[in-house]
Design a protein around this ligand. Structure first.
Ligand code: BES
Ligand code: ZN
Ligand code: ZN
Length: 483
C-alpha cells in the first residue's frame, strides 16, 4: 500500500473510489450529487455507505482525534477491501498536528489491513495499492506537503514494526520455539546493518547463574535462549534497554493452568516480540539512541524434571526466590534478564511482559499497566505515549503490597499471599532485582491485556495487536526531540 499527497483539488485526482469521512455524523461535507442517494439510503453517518455508481464511500469518523483517524482508516479499508479497486482518493483531515494526522491515517490503513492467514487454505487477495490525499481540507487549512510525507514515512516504519511483532505473537507454539525467536532476531540483524545480535544458550545461562530462568525451562524439550540485540546509531544521546518476556508457551508448569486459561498462551512471548519490533522500528527511524533488546525465551512446561512449588532458586543477582506457583514464571525469567541488562548500564530500562491476569482484571483488555519506582518517569512515559493510540495507565507500588511477597524461607516469594493487587505485587517482585542506581531509571509494562485478544477491536484484528511497539516508538521519538 502506498500513500501520497498531491496539491490538487479532489475532483482533479484520478482514483477508483473517493472516500469521505463523516465527522461526528455531520453530513454537511457530502458531495452535492449524492444528496438523493444519501436520503434514499436513510444514511445518518453511523456506518459505511458505498455508492457504487458515484464511486464514493462515506465512512464514519467519531471525532477529529488521532486515534479515531486510525480507527476510521481501518474501517474504510475493511469496507472497501472486497471491491476490486486499486486506488482511493480522499481529502486531508487534520486533528491536533498535521504530520501526526497523516501518520495516524496511514497507520490506520496499514495496521487495519494486517492479516495472519498462513494457515488458511483460501487466502483472500486485495488489490488496493494506492491511497491518494488531496491538499483540499474542509476548514480551509493550508496543508504542509512535507509534514504529510514525513507522516507517511514514519507510519510505514511504525506499522511495519507493529505488524512484524504481530506475526511473531500469532505464530503457533509448535513452530515458534526459543530457537525460532533467536533465528528471527539474527535475521533482523542480518537485514539491518546497524543492528547486531548475540544468541546465548543454556550453557551461558548456567555460567551466568541465571538459575531462575533455567528453572522455568527445565521441563521443556526446547532449550532456552537469551537473545541480545543492539542497535547503535552514529551519534547516541542515551542508552535504552528493553527486556522482554519471551515465553513461547506458558502451560503454567506443575501449577498447571486450567484448559480455558491455557488457550492463547502462545501469546506469552509478546513482551519479547515487542522488543524485537521496537529495535527494528528504532533502527529504521534512525533514532539517536543506543538501544538494546534483551529477550528471555523459553517454554514453561510439565514433566518429571519440572521445577516445583516449594523449590528455592538462587537468581543471578543473588536474591533467593521461593517458588510457590510455577505459573508465576515470567517474573523468574525477567529477574535474571533484568539483572543481566543492568550490566550494560542503561540510562532507561524498560521491561515488557504479559505478566499477570490480574492486570487484565484490573485495567481491562485494552490497557497496559505502567509500573516503576519513579513517579516522574512513569508520568513522563504516560504523557509521551499519548499520541501513539496505545492505552496505558500507571499502577502505583505501596509498602503494604510489598508485605505480600515476603517468604519464610527465601528473600522473596514468586507468588503473593493474596490475589488482590496481583499486577502490582508482580511489579514489586521485579523491583527486587533492580539495583539502587537504576531504581529510578526502570519501568515495567504489563501488556497482558492488550497484547492478544480473541476478538477484533478498533484497528486491531483478532489475535496479536503488537502492544508495546507503537507506544515505545512514540516514546523514543518524543524523547529524541528533547535537548
Ligand atoms: N502469562 C501469565 C499471565 C497472563 C494471563 C497473560 C492472562 C495474559 C493473559 C502469567 O505467567 C501467569 O500465569 N501469571 C499468574 C500469576 C499468579 C500465579 C501469581 C496469573 O496471573 O494468574
Ligand atoms: Zn504463567
Ligand atoms: Zn506467563
Amino acid at each position: 500500500m502506498q500513500f501520497q499527497i498531491v496539491d490538487k483539488k479532489l475532483k482533479d485526482i484520478k482514483a477508483d473510489i473517493e472516500l469521505i469521512f463523516v465527522v461526528d455524523k455531520d453530513l454537511k461535507h457530502k458531495f452535492i450529487g449524492d444528496k438523493e442517494a444519501i436520503k434514499f439510503n436513510n444514511y445518518k453517518g453511523e456506518s459505511v455507505l458505498i455508492l457504487s455508481e458515484a464511486k464514493r464511500a462515506y465512512v464514519p469518523l467519531s471525532k477529529l482525534d488521532l486515534d479515531e483517524l486510525r480507527v476510521a482508516a481501518a474501517k474504510a479499508y475493511n469496507a472497501l477491501k472486497s471491491l476490486n479497486i486499486k486506488s482511493i482518493k480522499l481529502a486531508s483531515y487534520v486533528a491536533e498536528c498535521q504530520k501526526l494526522s497523516f501518520e495516524a491515517l496511514a497507520e490506520g490503513f496499514l495496521l487495519g489491513s494486517y492479516e495472519f492467514n498462513k494457515y488458511k487454505e483460501k487466502k483472500e487477495r486485495y488489490t488496493l495499492k494506492e491511497i491518494i490525499f488531496s491538499t483540499e481540507e474542509f476548514s480551509g487549512k493550508k496543508i504542509d506537503l512535507k509534514a504529510a510525507n514525513e507522516g507517511f514515512k514514519e507510519a510505514e516504519i511504525i506499522a511495519s514494526a507493529t505488524n512484524f511483532t504481530k506475526d511473531i505473537v500469532n505464530e503457533i507454539p509448535e513452530i515458534y520455539t526459543p530457537q525460532k525467536m533467536a533465528e528471527d532476531a539474527q535475521n533482523l540483524a542480518k537485514n539491518i546493518a546497524s543492528i547486531k545480535c548475540e544468541v546465548y544458550d543454556e550453557k551461558f545461562l548456567a555460567k551466568e547463574n541465571m538459575n531462575a530462568f533455567l528453572a522455568v525451562n527445565r521441563a521443556s524439550v526446547h532449550k532456552p535462549r537469551l537473545i541480545h540485540l543492539t542497535y547503535k546509531p552514529k551519534k547516541s544521546k542515551k542508552r535504552i534497554i528493553f527486556v522482554g518476556k519471551g515465553l513461547t508457551y506458558d502451560s503454567g508448569g506443575l501449577s498447571l493452568k486450567p484448559a480455558d486459561y491455557m488457550l492463547t498462551m502462545k501469546s506469552d512471548k509478546s513482551g519479547a516480540a515487542a522488543a524485537l519490533g521496537i529495535i527494528k522500528g528504532a533502527a529504521e527511524l534512525n533514532l539517536p539512541f543506543e538501544i538494546h533488546a534483551i529477550l528471555g525465551a523459553t517454554e514453561n512446561m510439565i514433566g518429571g524434571n519440572a521445577y516445583k512449588p516449594d523449590d528455592v532458586l538462587i537468581s543471578r543477582s543473588g536474591v533467593s526466590i521461593e517458588v510457590r506457583n510455577t505459573d508465576a514464571e515470567g517474573r523468574l525469567v525477567l529477574a535474571d534478564c533484568l539483572s543481566y541488562a543492568q550490566d550494560f548500564k542503561p540510562d532507561i530500562l524498560i521491561d515488557m511482559a504479559t505478566l499477570t491476569g490480574a492486570c487484565v482484571v484490573g485495567l481491562g483488555e485494552y490497557t497496559t499497566g505502567i509500573m516503576g519506582n519513579s513517579e516522574s518517569l512513569k508520568n513522563e512515559f504516560k504523557t509521551k505515549i499519548k499520541d501513539s493510540g496505545e492505552l496505558a495507565t500507571t499502577l502505583d507500588f505501596n509498602p503494604y503490597l510489598s508485605e505480600l511477597i515476603k517468604s519464610q524461607i527465601a528473600d522473596v516469594s514468586n507468588c503473593a499471599s493474596s490475589r488482590y493487587g496481583g499486577a502490582i505485587t508482580a511489579g514489586m517482585f521485579l523491583a527486587k532485582f533492580i539495583k539502587d542506581e537504576y531504581k529510578d531509571k526502570w519501568l515495567h509494562l504489563d501488556i497482558a491485556g492488550p497484547a492478544y485478544r480473541e476478538k477484533a477491536w478498533g484497528y486491531n484484528q483478532a489475535g496479536a495487536s503488537g502492544a508495546g511497539v507503537r507506544m515505545n516508538l512514540y516514546f523514543l521519538q518524543a524523547l529524541s526531540k528533547e535537548n
